[in-house]
Design a protein around this ligand. Sequence first.
Ligand code: GAP
Length: 454
Amino acid sequence: MTAKSMDELVALAKRRGFIFQSGDIYGGLQGVYDYGPLGVELKNNLKAAWWRAMVYERDDVEGLDAAILTNPAVLRHSGHEATFTDPMIDCRACKSRWRADHLDQQKCPGCGSDDLTEPRPFNLMFQTQVGPVDDGSSFAYLRPETAQAIFTNFKNVTDSTSPKLPFGIAQIGKAFRNEITPRNFIFRVREFEQMELEFFVTPGEDESWHETWVASRLKWWHEQGVDASRLELYHVPSDELAHYSKATVDVMYRFPHGLEELEGIANRTDFDLGSHTKNQQDFAIHAKVEPNKDTNAKLVMQDLESKQWRVPYVIEPSAGVDRGVLAVMNEAYRVETLENGSERTVMGFKPHLAPIKVAVLPLKRNHSGIVAKAKAIKKELQALGLGRILYEDTGNIGKGYRRHDEVGTPLCVTVDFQTVEEDGTVTVRDRDTMAQQRVPADTLADYVVANIKG
Ligand code: GAP
């Protein structure tokens, strides 16, 4: 089961503290969202799972965390100043603005008028002034993709780590796009996060690496709990390719509002490193043709056999964190009817993604022995390093279980009189089966590790 509509997810996200409209006490800011107490945990867990798979479980990828403010020369030579645009039309009747390729008919979706302007390109990059003098020349861009800083740091990283091809540089971070029509909750927003890998390969081996990465990324999304039946591959036709791409395969997911892009996996050839390289025509095939006068860099590697210097090709799996959060929330969402006819909402997250791993509930919040034992258990489980363990003494165990079902907590541990006065066992209650079993408190840590570790 998934959510029946985006509204169900939006309501749960707000009610339970996953995601809020940014600045909502002032009416919000369109296309900008904040992650609440549970949202930040879910998002961090998704990013950690990506980092684990892309960096820690491999020996051919290094990490990077580069700045958001970007020198305009970078985005001039990457082609973004000239081509990072969407076609925009204006409605002359109600003065609203729309993305031309999002209109079903030649009518304004706001007021229905057909008095529309011709489409014209609208650059999506945000600019900000740098330094105290606002003379129009000292500005920087907020990066529209994390990738460019990987290319501009190519020499820094290769000089400091001496890798051999193939190897990659991974980065997770914010990106900004002045989307003409942000919509569908956190699907299309103006401030978002990307998880990007630039995987550099020997030219000629690029196509088979592209296939390898598509398969590997599909497998990873399955591991995050995304069902294969709601994922599809879209081989982007040549007239829709980004300016840097030789071939792109999009991983499409069936979001509540329709089948849309979750991740793009592009073969960017030597376009970017070549464009950022001085005298690029000596080294790269696909780079822009005019010599790059803004740099002294040669972002090249030596072929160990031929001894020739060449710009490597690059395969780029680029996933949106926010779209990933939306997909795993949609996958996790289910409403069950219980035997007594009541309903429960469950967020069936994979344990490694769950915002809270274990909730520890004392049966009586005014019984000093039970409270002390429950707090000691919380401390012990927290020290395992699995993620957030919550001590919660609201006093109503049944309601506590339902609340934790709705936020996706895989296990609840209840400490009661039997724990402190009889046999030292606690009740462990499973989110998915609702089964309860007594587990000795002194083996609880092993039980939790076995059930929570992803
Ligand atoms: N470096 C390549 C690149 O940026 P992209 O297809 O434009 O490629 C990659 O973006 C991913 O970033 C998308 O698949 C999507 O998940 C996410 N993304 C792009 N624009 C977004 C937006 N306005 N809001 C949320 N996520 C976005």
